[in-house]
Design a protein around this ligand. Structure first.
Ligand code: NAG
Ligand code: NAG
Ligand code: NAG
Ligand code: NAG
Length: 362
């Protein structure tokens, strides 16, 4: 059975709420996005949500750290931010840089997009070698942030965060990376792992040692929320992008180049993670809408085994600040996909209020 319900999302109302409770430069939730903008195109979806919410005052996108080595990553991120009029958001390229371009040697299907973004849209970052390193960027942003204010959203490998954790006092801050995180970060949101247990690429397929460093040794006072393979892997967003985006949109082209065969439909691992990382569980409920996401567990913690790249949830009633996400009761993958599409396809020049209709198959 299907019925239509009207979602009236009044972002300016949400902005007022956010301003009353948080201290930051534009009133939104301060975030740092750590992305492997290179292979899968859902990172483009995530950066789009971050930019749209930044422009609406729901997010305060303080910086972007690239965790894949291709020098095209930071350039592509700069082209996307520039498209959304956010060219001054600091971007850190991974080191050492490579000239790698994506080639799909697994499915022989998905296409390269990031160098094309870099060279066909204006961008502020001229060369990746001129950007700060990810650790420099993190340490700079964290050292000047309000205490317990920052959400770090990780949607790729965990090497930057492992390097930050291991970083020592320097000219940027007299605190170690561990101390900076402990003092300044209120939540780490990670796309990685499979829940309650299993193997997933971001955790097991890139740099398992770094995954172990972050998952097993993150400061215990800082909340962690995991978004697993099973959540975003069954939410297919990108419906009708060709009709909904302006033809000059780099987001549209990136999805078309990557997915191919005339389609823009793709799994939503990184967009869902970024949506939660910005607005949390409460946002849609605050606006008298149904909750869209929920925590799947009340207690326990994640553990990662670097030897086989697998994670497993440990049922420890003494730990209550680690969770993994699931769709809220009554929410289908279809409803979530439509919500993501609605956010991603907003006209960047439109005002902060928008309304839309969503159909839901319950
Ligand atoms: C990447 O290409 C540039 C230009 O051809 C070259 O100068 C540079 O050495 C290359 N970098 C690597 C790591 O191969
Ligand atoms: C929802 O999940 C079903 C079953 O896995 C899948 O066939 C369908 O494509 C998904 N739809 C969306 C919009 O994600
Ligand atoms: C990985 O190793 C752990 C510890 O030995 C084990 O419990 C788990 O089942 C293994 N996972 C896989 C997928 O092999
Ligand atoms: C943890 O608890 C859940 C639900 O109570 C249960 O399904 C699962 O088997 C438990 N896992 C372990 C490793 O005990």
């Amino acid at each position: 059975m299907s019925f239509i319900f009207l979602l009236a999302i009044v972002l300016s109302g949400a902005l007022g709420l956010a301003r009353a409770t948080k201290v930051s430069t534009n009133g939104g939730q301060p975030i740092i996005l750590d992305t492997d903008l290179f292979s899968d195109v859902d990172d483009v979806g995530a950066l789009t949500i971050a930019n749209v919410f930044h422009n609406c005052g729901l997010a305060d996108l303080r910086g972007i750290a690239i965790n894949s080595p291709s020098h095209y990553g930071a350039l592509g991120a700069s082209a996307l931010c520039t498209y959304f009029d956010n060219e001054d958001i600091p971007i850190a390229a991974f080191r050492p840089l490579t000239n790698d371009t994506f080639f799909d040697s697994f499915f022989y299907l998905y296409g390269e997009y990031v160098s094309k973004l870099a060279y066909n849209w204006p961008r502020k970052v001229k060369e990746s070698s001129l950007t700060p390193t990810p650790v420099e960027l993190y340490r700079t942003i964290l050292s000047s942030a309000e205490d317990e204010s920052i959400h770090i959203i990780s949607i790729g490998g965990l090497i930057n965060l492992a390097d930050l954790l291991k970083s020592e006092a320097d000219h940027i801050s007299h605190l170690s990376g561990f101390q900076l995180i402990s003092a300044k970060v209120s939540e780490l949101i990670v796309m990685g792992g499979q829940y309650p247990s299993g193997w997933e690429y971001n955790f097991g397929g890139i740099d398992p040692k770094s995954t172990a460093e972050v998952v097993n040794h993150w400061p215990k006072n800082v909340k962690i929320t995991y978004s697993g393979n099973e959540l975003g892997g069954n939410v297919f967003s990108g419906q009708n992008f060709a009709q909904r985006f302006s033809p000059d949109s780099p987001v549209l082209s990136a999805y078309q180049w990557y997915v191919g065969r005339g389609s823009t439909i793709r799994q939503s691992w990184d967009p869902i993670t970024t949506l939660y990382g910005i607005v949390g569980l409460e946002w849609l409920s605050k606006l008298r809408l149904r909750p869209m996401l929920a925590y799947a567990n009340a207690f326990g913690y994640n553990s990662f085994n670097a030897a086989n790249g697998s994670n497993a949830w440990v049922n420890d009633t003494g730990v209550t600040n680690q969770h993994w996400l699931r769709l809220a009761d009554g929410v289908t993958n279809y409803t979530m996909a439509r919500l993501l599409d609605e956010i991603m396809t907003r006209d960047p020049s439109a005002g902060c209020c928008f309304q839309h209709e969503m159909s839901d198959d319950l």
